[in-house]
Design a protein around this ligand. Structure first.
Ligand code: TNX
Length: 707
């Protein structure tokens, strides 16, 4: 069967896929609202908008898994668990060979042509069928299915909605097998629970590799039994922190991450970085240093500061045996095929020293029957067959291609290609999640420029190692294994354009991760999954906008990037009248006073006009907040820039001490004075608590729900 349809300006032709619904037709409930248009990210290979009201889930809907294989039944249970909190339904997961009525059918017996991750999804009035070749493809299809349901399905609390699956016919499979994301748990330690949460967030966009940057100058995060100092000493620091005792993963923690990732069909790629980025090892193991003395642990912000001692045979041997011990231990805990050996930023190493590291680390990796992965610098040294290099160059490198002044990175890529290496594309000016979106981004760096959402989206892995006009790619298309987004964390604090000081706010790792990854991780997920010909920025930004309410429902503190037209109060569209609450208390003008200068308080929410604020977006993206009882503006008294200054109502002037920047954080928004940068803060959760401006502290008293 062949379908074709129009999506935007493009005509997408579906290759032969036969989807039949082995279902008895059941009438859909008369109350079913018309299904919303489905905005799926990543864009499926083909999607046909269906007719009719769609299929509405009820408490009686069953999840029917057409096979007894436990992995597929596991996907059915996963789906039931996913739907339970918001719908309040405990959907029954049933086996069997034929599909019952009123069911979501998961059929792992699809044709081989679907590959390991491909799936078809057919939804209509009589039910939903996801068909794949095994459990992994079903899991990817289930991620699409959840995006066909209303955004409220992502809520962790019970919601009232008509749980209607938009009617559609989808046929889908990935462009690249490797679609990863990297977490820099070395510079900023992510506790296990936060890693798991991030796994779920990434899996929703069909990411299938989790690269853990486990070691760096600022910390060693994986326990190795034979080398207890690595975690006793080497894990005691982070970028900006000292004195830790448990900032590492025990073997049990790491196994828990690996098995949780596996339950989301995600492979963990551990990185042991070297021969640079090794200060935490040098601080823990004396014989890795040329003078055989352990260095002090490091909690700073620099890169390129360290190197294993590789200048004489004795120390080369010590490094080799250290790497054997570490890589053996990590490999034993890692079911996935890769060990990432780092290799970046080693200005102090001679090429002979660098080669000796790569040989020692690669031999140890091969001895454990694992595949070598590394940053593209590794290409300079001889590598085992089948190695994978991760390209992190940028447009400035591409500009040099074919000239007499090709950059070092281009040379290293050429050497990797000559050895037959495969490549993962992580160009820093598109795929680095630690680059600021724009000048307003509180966290991260900008050495590779700003990376707004459009930049994270508009590039092609096939041409990113070619000239800027898209020709002359150095890496042949068949050697590109995929794409990876990288969330470095050396500058994971507010105000990162300068070094931190004692009042700098350090967000929880997941708050940093949410803000920097959303919406760019979904953009990069689409780069890795969808055919280049099916990708279009204008189409993407419209689909992406529909995901803002999903992230809000899921409690993801995303960046409401100004280039996306977010619907409703989830993004820049805050214009309108709102109640601002924190801890159940609302921002309030006491006694409905109309006197300028009256200080604002928080008070039990009662819906009165003195607790209603009209938000009006200004040209700089900030908002003025006008009280509905008095008509006066929320104002930092005297235009103060000091922490602790009062916030009162005042005649509206348009000055910056009456303009507020709303930033989504998990569980609400912060509101920063455009003049001082300080946050609207209430003193307590008691009635009549005074409101002031204060430095960001992460406190719930600064987190406002905009209702
Ligand atoms: C460069 S990119 C690094 C990291 C830093 C990052 C910050 C790469 C392989 N190395 O050590 O964290 O820049 O953006």
């Amino acid at each position: 069967m062949h379908w074709s349809f129009r999506r935007g300006r493009r005509l997408v032709v579906l290759a032969s896929v036969a989807v039949t619904l082995p279902l008895t037709a059941v009438p859909s409930p008369a109350s079913a609202a018309p299904a919303p248009a489905a905005a799926v990210v990543p864009q499926p290979v083909s999607q046909l908008a269906g007719q009719g009201p769609g299929f509405t889930l009820t408490a009686a809907t069953r999840i029917a898994v057409l096979s007894g294989d436990s992995a597929s039944v596991g996907v059915g249970t996963y789906l039931a668990d996913l739907l339970a909190p918001a719908t309040g339904y405990t959907l029954q997961v049933v086996g069997g060979t034929s599909a019952p009525a009123n069911a979501v059918v998961l059929d792992p017996g699809g044709p081989e042509s679907l590959g390991a991750e491909g799936y078809t999804l057919s939804s209509g009035g009589s039910g939903v069928v996801v068909r794949a070749r095994g459990a992994q493809g079903l899991f990817r299809g289930v991620q699409t299915l959840r995006q066909l349901l209303p955004a409220a399905v992502e809520s962790r609390t019970r919601q009232s909605a008509s749980w209607t699956v938009a009617p559609t016919e989808i046929s889908d499979s990935p462009r690249y097998e490797y679609r990863g994301v990297m977490l820099d748990v070395a510079r900023r330690f992510f506790p296990v629970a936060q890693v798991k949460r991030y796994i779920d967030e990434a899996a929703a966009y069909k990411i299938n590799k989790l690269h853990l940057h486990l070691t760096d100058d600022q910390g060693w995060r994986i326990a190795v039994d034979a080398l207890p100092n690595l975690t006793k000493v080497g894990a005691s620091t982070q970028s900006g922190f000292t004195g830790g005792t448990d900032w590492y993963y025990t073997a049990a923690d790491y196994r828990e991450i690996v098995s949780y990732a596996a339950s989301r069909f995600m492979t963990v790629v551990p990185e042991i970085d070297g021969p640079g980025h090794t200060r935490s090892a040098l601080a823990s193991v004396p014989e890795l240093n040329c003078d055989d003395r352990a260095k002090a642990p490091y909690s700073g912000f620099d890169v390129g500061i360290s190197l294993y001692c590789l200048s004489d045979q004795k120390h080369k041997d010590a490094t080799r045996s250290f790497l054997q011990t570490v890589i053996k231990a990590v490999a034993a805990l890692t079911p996935g095929p890769y060990i990432h050996l780092g290799g970046d930023e080693t200005p102090q190493a001679t090429s002979e020293q660098y080669d000796s590291y790569v040989k020692a680390a690669a031999d140890a990796t091969a001895a454990e029957k694992k595949t070598v992965m590394g940053w593209h610098q590794l290409g300079q040294s001889p590598l085992p067959a089948g190695s994978l290099l991760q390209y992190w160059g940028e447009d400035s490198d591409r500009r040099s291609i074919g000239t007499t002044t090709e950059t070092t990175s281009v040379g290293e890529v050429r050497k990797g290609v000559a050895q037959g290496a495969g490549f993962i594309m992580s160009p820093s000016d598109h795929a680095y999640l630690d680059m600021k979106y724009d000048a307003s981004t509180p966290y991260g760096l900008s050495w590779s420029g700003y990376v707004p959402v459009q930049r994270s989206y508009e590039w092609d892995p096939a041409t990113v190692t070619g000239k800027l006009d898209g020709t002359g790619a150095i890496v042949p298309a068949q050697k590109i294994a995929g794409v990876e987004a990288a969330l470095w964390a050396d500058r994971a604090y507010r105000g990162s354009s300068a070094l931190p000081n004692s009042s700098t706010y350090w967000p929880a790792p997941q708050e940093y991760a949410d803000f920097m990854s959303f919406p760019r991780l979904p953009a990069l997920a689409e780069v890795g999954w969808s055919p280049q010909s099916a990708r279009d920025w204008n189409d993407f930004r419209q689909r992406l906008a529909q995901h803002g309410p999903r992230w809000t429902a899921a409690g993801i503190g995303f960046y409401a990037a100004p280039d996306i037209a977010w619907p409703g109060p989830s993004g820049t569209g805050l214009d309108g009248v709102h109640t601002l609450t924190t801890g159940g208390k609302a921002l309030d003008v006491p006694g409905s006073s109309t006197v300028p200068g009256t200080r604002l308080v928080t008070w039990t929410a009662h819906g009165g006009a003195n607790q209603k604020w009209s938000f009006t977006r200004q040209s700089d993206g900030t908002y003025t907040l006008v009280n509905q009882a008095s008509g006066l503006c929320a104002d930092v008294s005297g235009g103060s820039t000091s922490a602790g200054a009062a916030v009162a109502q005042w005649t509206c002037t348009g000055n910056t001490n009456q303009r507020w920047t709303a930033t989504p954080v998990s569980g609400g928004y912060t509101l920063a004075s455009a003049k001082s940068g300080l946050l609207l803060t209430t003193a307590s959760t008691a009635d009549d608590a005074l409101v002031t401006q204060q430095a960001a502290s992460g406190s719930a008293l600064q987190r406002w729900t905009i209702g």
